[in-house]
Ligand binder design. Structure first.
Ligand code: GLU
Length: 521
């Protein structure tokens, strides 16, 4: 088999859509699975709608997912240029050849005449297509119109009336009735070429061996095949990917799910989780496994194994998968990934994060299992950076549950005075946070740094207070959590106490006592 060459050919007329990202990924995986080349070609013939911004968005999106191209923009390659707008001069000669061989013809019809013809065709045979009026114009008439300067388009002349067969690697063998195919326009009246012409000729010139793209292009594939056959060119293999559907089983739309790839990046979805998720939109690793690396997928990927029917984009599953990938990150990786969100939300500067990286890593680790994307972290930890808190309804209820709570909080505060709680950030010494403090590390000794009290010791001391006061542990723990965080949920309370540090803990308990006293007045 010839060296496999595949291409992803986006039009830079908008941001990279997740459907496009999946197409690019499947091309990339196929190329890598057979040692072929993955080419990025920019279909920018639509001058009015193509923008630099869209191009930059597409390139960033592919790079973010780790879909690296072998030839294309910013890389070059021996089959360039890789921008269709720079390849315009290559099409005319082939159009002229088709014209001289009567495989294409000039169409001088006005839009009104075309419309009339269509309507007549619809009435006569149920197919609203061009009635091929200009296909049988006598040569003298063509010459006359040309000399009069009547504008014309160039149409491809579909030959024959039978059925044409197209072997698609995913859809299988499909038969298409030639009578249902329009004599499609190759060149507009201003001489500009249309998609099917450019695409097919570029694919041939770039020696593309397999065309892998969305199902919506299947009929274009038939047109492109007929064109290449008419020119005596090799026709690439086709593989049309099933549609991506929304949960309602209809074609995915913006209303049903977020469709711009970079929105996922900007909200902090892990790129490797998204790659895994996209891979499953049409292909399966095996009957059981859903989580796998792109490398593992490449080792098994076969175009023939791509499913024929549409794949539903299940956002709940995506969220679950992102959570799984986030859990797998080391504390250092997770901090590096989340740091931009901390900076963006104004919680800390890059320098502060670097300076106190163990404290930040511990802080984030406590919530690592609870999030599916990085942007969920700042609201969870924002309270660590606040001077004063507001209590949510439930937290206030927990604080205010019984008369004895003030006394309990006071007793707890007093017990803390006998322990060495690390100072609050930013005055926290680095050595206070060197220890691993993962909630998943429950079995390991959860020690603090050196001379400081550990979360475990803090918990033991609190148990002793509850016991001395003759109350259940919960009676003490819930008001403490409310006083320290203003909420009722979150990671292990004594990790919070430890990470919050002495000054902040004292201040918050003091504020809670004050609020309770005021309420009692
Ligand atoms: N530029 C076309 C698109 O973005 C390319 C389709 C193809 O792969 O041929 O839909």
């Amino acid at each position: 088999m010839a060296q496999v060459r595949v291409r992803f050919a986006p039009s830079p007329t908008g941001p990279l859509h997740i459907g496009g990202a999946r197409t690019a990924l499947y091309n990339f995986m196929f190329a890598r699975s057979v040692g072929g080349s993955f080419i990025l070609r920019i279909d920018d013939t639509d001058k009015a709608r193509s923008t630099e911004e869209s191009l930059a968005n597409i390139l960033s999106g592919l790079r973010w997912l780790g879909i690296d191209w072998d030839e294309g923009p910013e890389k070059g390659g021996e089959f360039g240029p890789y921008f269709q707008s720079e390849r315009m001069s290559r099409y005319q000669e082939r159009v002229d050849r088709l014209l001289s061989e009567n495989k294409a013809y000039r169409c001088f019809c006005s839009p009104e005449r075309i419309q009339e013809g269509r309507e007549r065709m619809r009435e006569e045979c149920g197919l609203a297509m061009y009635d091929r009026h200009c296909r049988s114009l006598p040569p003298e008439e063509v010459e006359k119109k040309l000399s009069e300067g009547v504008p014309y388009t160039v149409r491809f002349a579909i030959q024959g009336e039978g059925k044409v067969r197209i072997q698609d690697k995913i859809k299988g063998l499909v038969e298409v009735d030639l009578r249902q195919m329009d004599d499609w326009v190759m060149l507009r009246a201003d001489g500009s070429p249309l998609y099917n012409l450019c695409s097919a000729l570029d694919d041939a010139d770039m020696k593309i061996t397999h065309i892998i793209r969305g199902e919506e292009h299947f009929m274009n594939g038939v047109k492109q095949m007929l064109l290449l056959e008419a020119l005596g060119e090799t026709v690439p293999e086709f593989a049309h990917l099933p549609l991506i559907l929304g949960k309602n089983g209809k074609k995915l739309s913006k209303r049903m799910a977020q469709t711009n790839l970079l929105d996922y990046r900007d909200q902090g979805y892990p790129a490797n989780a998204l790659v895994n998720f996209f891979t499953l939109l049409g292909w399966g690793f095996d009957a059981e496994r859903e989580i796998f690396s792109v490398q593992e997928a490449i080792e098994r990927f076969r175009l023939e194994d791509v499913g024929k029917s549409g794949s539903i984009l299940d956002e709940d599953k995506l969220a679950w998968m992102c959570g799984m990938y986030i859990r797998k990150q080391s504390r250092e990786e997770f901090l590096a990934n989340v740091a931009p969100w901390l900076v963006k939300e104004g919680l800390a500067t890059e320098e502060q994060i670097t300076e106190s990286k163990d404290w930040f890593a511990n802080l984030l680790a406590c919530d690592q299992e609870r999030v599916r994307k990085y942007e969920e972290i700042p609201p969870k930890i924002a309270h660590y950076f606040k001077d004063s808190l507001e209590y949510d309804k439930k937290a206030w209820k927990n604080l205010n549950k019984s008369e004895e709570i003030s006394a309990l909080l006071e007793a707890w505060l007093e017990s803390l005075g006998r322990l060495r709680l690390p100072p609050s950030w930013p005055n926290r010494p680095r050595e206070a946070d060197v220890q691993v403090l993962l909630p998943t590390d429950k079995d390991k000794p959860n020690t603090g740094g050196g001379e400081y009290a550990t979360p475990l010791e803090l918990e033991e001391a609190a148990r002793a207070v509850a016991e001395a006061k003759g109350v259940g542990f919960g009676k003490l723990v819930h008001p403490i959590r409310a006083a320290l965080t203003g909420t009722t949920m979150g990671p292990s309370l004594f990790d919070i106490v430890y990470l919050l540090g002495k000054e902040k803990v004292e201040k918050r308990v003091g504020a809670a006592l004050k609020a309770l006293a005021q309420k009692a007045d």
